[in-house]
Ligand binder design. Structure first.
Ligand SMILES: C[S@@+](CC[C@H](N)C(=O)[O-])C[C@H]1O[C@@H](n2cnc3c(N)ncnc32)[C@H](O)[C@@H]1O
Length: 327
């Protein structure tokens, strides 16, 4: 069971943590580096001895530096959310907007946590002026005792991990992080998806993806990149242009649009790396399979039974099995 961090975001990789961890279980490295830490769920679960965790969003970094410095403790979080949660309830939810305004003026880390856990769908979104602009989840009793205890425990868990490992949190652009890389690092990169959504701290272009690729290759560090390979509409061509000459491992991930079962969609998540991961194949091999219409990962929509999370067998592996069965 993955450790879940206290701050939420729409790009959180909780469901992919086990897969990412098992893909690199035999890899040796000195330092774990994340140029795009987001919620930090991957690094906190990997629990490296040494880590450099960076993000262009200062609020994330301030929050984790607050924990590291002992300014944010589980006891403080418990008191704060209990008291502020009571005000939220008494105001029938209106108090959310007071906290949001206060946060946008002063940037307090506990207010950031409050908003992250009571906003609509646990989203993290900022307007053009850098102001948090997600609306309220419309549950005035959001901070009932059970949730406060859960968040308090999440703070306790990450505090322990940060205390045991040598974690450094830095507010910086990925290009600065790339400059700090050493050949003995293992870099986990999870940039925003190109062109998917644009946000004050969170937009991404093809040029940036190229810079990321160049920086990682030049660093000689081992790297892992999270991206998507395909959904029912299209294939991510950047996997084969910018990230050619790498290895790719895939996993099908299901998600619901608006929570309705009939709107269940799937996306093939990809891990791209300069090292041969458990169950990976060269991106060029994947490319020829797609071009020859042999890929199971790029066909039109298919219907699946349970389980919800279905690990995609790599094509080579399943084809090999089919061969032996037919032989
Ligand atoms: C997809 S999220 C990372 C999610 C993370 N792996 C998780 O599981 O929570 C991408 C992150 O990149 C950060 N980001 C966007 N542009 C950046 C840049 N130019 N430099 C550094 N970080 C950036 C965003 O603030 C966001 O937190």
């Amino acid at each position: 069971m993955a450790i879940v961090p206290p701050i939420k975001s729409q790009g959180i990789k909780t469901k992919l943590v086990d897969w990412i961890q098992s893909s690199i279980e035999n890899e040796a490295y000195e330092r774990w580096v994340e140029p795009f830490m987001g919620t930090g769920v991957v690094g906190f679960n990997v629990r490296p001895k040494q880590a450099l965790m960076c993000d262009s969003n200062p609020h994330i970094i301030n929050f984790y530096n607050g924990i590291k410095e002992g300014e944010i403790t589980s006891a403080k979080v418990n008191n704060f959310l209990t008291e502020e949660g009571q005000k939220l309830l008494n105001s029938n939810g209106e108090y959310y907007y007071e906290v949001r305004q206060r946060f946008n003026e002063k940037g307090n880390s506990l207010d950031f946590l409050f908003l992250s856990r009571s906003c609509f769908n646990g989203m993290m979104r900022f307007n053009r002026k850098g102001g948090f602009n997600v609306p309220f989840c419309k549950k005035p009793n959001r901070f009932a005792q059970a949730l406060v205890t859960k968040i308090t425990n999440q703070v306790k868990n990450v505090s322990k991990i940060i205390e045991l490992g040598d974690f450094i949190f830095k507010h910086q652009d990925f290009q600065e992080t790339l400059k700090e890389l050493k050949a003995s690092d293992l870099v986990y990169s999870d940039p925003p998806y190109i062109g998917r959504h644009v946000d004050y701290f969170d937009s991404w272009s093809e040029e940036e993806e190229v810079l990321l690729n160049t920086g990682l290759v030049h660093s000689k560090a081992k790297y892992l990149l999270s991206t998507w390979l395909s959904n029912k509409y299209r294939t991510n061509e950047y996997v084969f242009s910018i990230w050619e000459d790498s290895f790719i491992s895939t996993k099908e991930h299901f998600y619901h649009v608006g929570g309705k079962e009939k709107n269940r969609n799937s996306v093939n998540e990809a891990l791209i790396s300069n090292i041969e991961l458990t169950n990976s194949i060269p991106t060029n091999t994947m490319k020829s399979k797609i071009e020859n219409g042999e890929s199971q990962l790029t066909t039109t929509e298919r219907k699946y039974q349970f389980p919800l999370q279905l690990t995609m067998k790599l094509e080579e592996e399943s084809q090999h099995k089919n061969h032996t069965k037919n032989d």
